[in-house]
Design a protein around this ligand. Sequence first.
Ligand SMILES: NC(=O)c1ccc[n+]([C@@H]2O[C@H](COP(=O)([O-])OP(=O)(O)OC[C@H]3O[C@@H](n4cnc5c(N)ncnc54)[C@H](OP(=O)(O)O)[C@@H]3O)[C@@H](O)[C@H]2O)c1
Length: 353
Amino acid sequence: MSDRDEIYMRRCFELARKGLGFTHTNPLVGCVIVHQNRIIGEGYHHEFGGPHAEVNAIRSVKDPSLLAESTLYCSLEPCAHHGKTPPCSMLITQKGIGRVVISNLDPFPSVNGAGVRQMEAAGIHIESGCLEGEGFYTNRRFFLYLKQKRPYVILKWAQTADGFMDLEREPGDPVGPNWIAGELSRTLVHKWRSEEAAIMVGTNTVITDNPHLNVRRWTGDDPVRVTIDRNGRISKSANILNGKQETIVFTGEKGYYTGRTRRIQVDPSYGLSDLLEELYEQHIISVLVEGGARLLESFLKEGLWDEARVFTGNMFFSQGVRAPTILKTPDDSIHIGDTGLDLYLNEQNLIYK
Ligand SMILES: NC(=O)c1ccc[n+]([C@@H]2O[C@H](COP(=O)([O-])OP(=O)(O)OC[C@H]3O[C@@H](n4cnc5c(N)ncnc54)[C@H](OP(=O)(O)O)[C@@H]3O)[C@@H](O)[C@H]2O)c1
């Protein structure tokens, strides 16, 4: 594989990421078709159930007579099975494309190498493994969901310069004056909410902050709201129980919720791994955990996290709700306005095998 192959594959990743928030539980896939070092077609998987990236890329080619002399680059192995759409491996074969470059093989049981075998049998020259680490990172939610049978877990919180997440507050006390992260960071969080399948907070956060947990400062779908209410401490008038957005409450209490709120009955021994297993059963590919401290600490302690995004503002609280700590250096650090943002990856879970 050449440097040029890597350039075109990176374009596939760029295209694939445009589907973030719309394709779950399908993977993110980008595809580029190149004729004599010129891109003649591009496509990506836009939404769950919609045409695959390869179909969109082939459709975008103005002169199909060039396809036979072209290379098709795809961030994930073309499918070989009849799912919601016909197999892409068959389409590529029918179009007479001579060479196909792939980043990752599709871990989905009914594909997993079958797409490659079908195309090879038809005489297509296949090269796979191009930038496979970057391909895995692009599709980390999908890989983890299939392999570990749980959602990809992203922890997120905002802390002061001296490591507090909040002042000590009574339920209903306004959050406003205590905002730790700046306006831009808060907008970014709404973008993140639109990218994940679910959002989760602990019981105390629902009681103290009464959050809506929807997407307001960005365009996109609201995630499924998730919380735990083992002892029935959350008021039925809490915003999270307004029934307007799909919501799952893990609870030990009996009773009914209105609208789009569902209950999942749990007993006191119910742990976070049980909860994630249940979310997997509910086809939730990823969850953004937005606090509070105790819930985040439980995820960290049990190693049930894949990524953490931590905002650090420049104010000092001196006392209050202490933020969790992650015992490693950040994998990346940037500034969003005057707020710091550290990214941590749990490498143990993010190894491409
Ligand atoms: N700065 C930020 O980014 C941010 C974000 C969110 C919240 N906050 C602040 O954090 C504070 C609330 O945090 P918190 O630490 O007190 O509470 P929390 O993490 O929101 O909720 C903890 C409660 O959730 C329940 N729970 C059930 N399963 C659990 C598990 N496996 N691990 C941990 N908890 C579990 C427990 O209640 P039961 O015993 O009833 O089961 C537990 O007491 C508020 O002041 C809020 O404003 C700050």
